[in-house]
Design a protein around this ligand. Structure first.
Ligand SMILES: [Zn+2]
Length: 365
């Protein structure tokens, strides 16, 4: 069984292609599209009050396609005819009885009353799969015993009748086939074989219609945090969306070391510990900065010492990192993964250390 998609001349070829390409991109069924068309549902000289065509007129076009295909369309293939001309019963779509005819038409007009205009082709693709399934499960709607499979009251099943056309959204969004209908499908081998493809299409369509919060990439989330540094209070605040999540106060030397490293991470992608001790013109930047934030000679010489004593530097680094970890764990237990690493002092390449925080850093003097 293959599905032949065709159209009448009034259906825009871009819309037709959108439907066909969407269906063809989903594996599990053979879709053959015939975008070129000479089929006109209206006679050339039609009056303005020309009556809407009945279902049979659409099915005749399907039969015509079969005949003109020169045997290319087989008896067990399904022909789906898309037309922009509304039918006399104003249905979205219908299939010919008996279902063994395997002819379907779908109206492509007026969908924008029920679905956003940019998503109309998804609704039409759903209709293709819906009608194919109904044909394959022999859902003859004229037989009373099929009444339990044609839901006049919508329940979010593929076989909801959607007498109120607005209900189409419900079944699109559930992407479901109810247990009752599923039981019937299982007793028709062709319908059962078509089921995986139908599910794939229904899920893909559903995906286009449900609202979900924007999902950010982990790195993007981490970069939306902000750090607020207050040197006069030796404190730093971790903020998100203008709200302070954690406030950390560090002792004099720890704060100075941390602040220095964060400052140089921003400007120079890190700092080598021995730069803390070297006082020459090349290192003027570090030197001036340290002098400015230490305020007194005692602290200044303490941090200079960190630059000459690598064990002491390591000790301070791990103390600062531990304090950051403890405070954040205590105040912000549900933090996103990777946040700690972004705030702690980490070794980078070539003996350089840095705070790889990617968000905005504000210094409030
Ligand atoms: Zn059902």
């Amino acid at each position: 069984m293959r599905i032949f998609l065709s159209r009448s001349v009034d259906v825009e070829v871009t819309l037709f292609n959108d439907v066909a390409n969407f269906l063809k991109a989903i594996p599990g069924a053979v879709i053959i599209d015939i975008p070129e068309s000479v089929i006109n549902m209206f006679p050339e000289d039609a009056e303005e009050d020309w009556p809407r065509p009945g279902f049979d007129e659409f099915y005749q076009k399907c039969e015509g396609l079969r005949q003109f295909s020169g045997g290319r369309i087989h008896k067990d293939d399904v022909v789906v005819f898309l037309s922009g001309i509304p039918n006399d019963q104003n249905w979205f779509s219908a299939f010919q009885l008996p279902t063994a005819k395997r002819n379907i038409f779908i109206c492509t007009e007026d969908w924008e009353y029920y679905l956003p205009e940019s998503k109309v082709h998804f609704g039409i693709a759903y209709q293709v799969v819906e009608n194919c399934m109904q044909v394959l499960m022999d859902l003859n709607y004229e037989k009373p015993e099929n009444a339990s499979y044609i839901h006049t009251k919508s329940r979010g099943c593929l076989n909801d009748f959607c007498g109120d056309k607005r209900d189409i959204r419900l079944k699109i969004q559930t992407a479901n086939i109810c247990e009752t209908c599923l039981d019937k499908i299982k007793s028709y081998p062709d319908a059962n074989a078509f089921l995986p493809y139908a599910h794939f299409v229904m899920n893909a369509v559903r995906d286009k219609f449900i609202n979900r919060p924007e999902v950010k990439a982990p790195e993007e989330i981490l970069n939306s945090f902000e750090l607020e540094i207050r040197p006069s209070l030796r404190s730093m605040r971790l903020c998100l969306g203008g709200k302070t999540l954690v406030q950390i106060e560090l002792s004099g030397l720890r704060f100075s070391l941390y602040y220095t490293i964060i400052k140089f991470s921003e400007a120079y992608d890190g700092i080598s510990p021995n730069q803390l001790a070297v006082r020459n013109t090349e290192n003027r930047e570090v030197f001036d900065f340290i002098r400015r934030i230490y305020h007194n000679n005692e602290n200044e010489s303490a941090i200079t010492k960190l630059g000459t004593d690598s064990d002491m530097f390591s000790q301070y680094r791990s103390k600062i990192n531990l304090q950051i970890k403890n405070e954040i764990t205590k105040n912000y237990p549900n933090r996103p993964e990777g946040l700690l690493k972004k705030i702690q002092i980490s070794p980078s390449k070539n003996g350089i250390y840095k705070v790889p925080f990617g968000g905005k850093i504000r210094v409030i003097e």
